[in-house]
Design a protein around this ligand. Structure first.
Ligand SMILES: [Zn+2]
Length: 199
């Protein structure tokens, strides 16, 4: 079956998607559709969609938050693709299109038009920032605690952070630690982020 027909008219500009059929407490089937004409599909779209499949298994019966699901999947992509996403986030920030952390964490639908780049970039940076405070396993516990008891409680319990407001990772000093890992092609990104904050 070709990609457009398999995915239906709502697929838009995406290059891949994962479909899971859940039967009670178990996953009855897992399927990944990828556009084979997409750039570097085996290094970007495939690991991205595989992450969604693995996470759906890990959070079976629960609703994994949108930002965590997409953020972790973006981090599975190549560093080249991640740099592209950061550049897109940078342009989005320059236009004043970004999320407050609390709003990002509560998002339950796909981002509004215009916020796509901010959503993917910020989600990935938020995940990376938290993972680096501990271990990947700790991050998954954080999400599970948050699902049961809210982000405020989860941040305090797992990371000893007092509230979501204290998680100003995106435009403050934490971002400097992220930059080398992301192999940014824009070394002045942090300066620009700081500028956009002051506008
Ligand atoms: Zn995705």
């Amino acid at each position: 079956m070709d990609y457009q027909r398999a995915s239906g008219p709502g697929v838009g500009q995406s290059v891949g998607f994962a479909t899971l059929k859940i039967d009670g407490e178990r996953v009855a089937s897992r399927r990944i559709d990828i556009r084979l004409d997409a750039d570097n599909w085996s290094g970007d779209a495939l690991p991205h969609e595989l992450s969604h499949v693995v996470l759906a298994d890990r959070f079976l019966g629960k609703r994994i938050p949108h930002w965590a699901n997409e953020g972790m999947s973006v981090l599975a992509e190549s560093t080249t693709k991640q740099s592209t996403r950061i550049a897109a986030l940078q342009r989005s920030l320059a236009r004043g299109l970004s999320y407050e952390t609390a709003d990002l964490f509560q998002l339950t639908t796909f981002p509004r038009p215009g916020y796509h780049d901010a959503f993917y970039g910020q989600s990935a940076l938020a995940v990376r920032s938290l993972v680096e405070r501990g271990t990947p396993t700790q991050f998954l516990s954080f999400i599970e605690v948050a699902l049961d008891a809210g982000y405020g409680h989860a941040l305090h319990k797992v990371y000893k952070i007092q509230s979501v407001d204290k998680l100003e990772w995106l435009r403050r000093e934490d971002f400097a630690d992220l930059a080398p890992i992301w192999e940014l092609s824009q070394p002045d990104l942090r300066t620009k982020l700081a500028v956009s904050e002051n506008q």
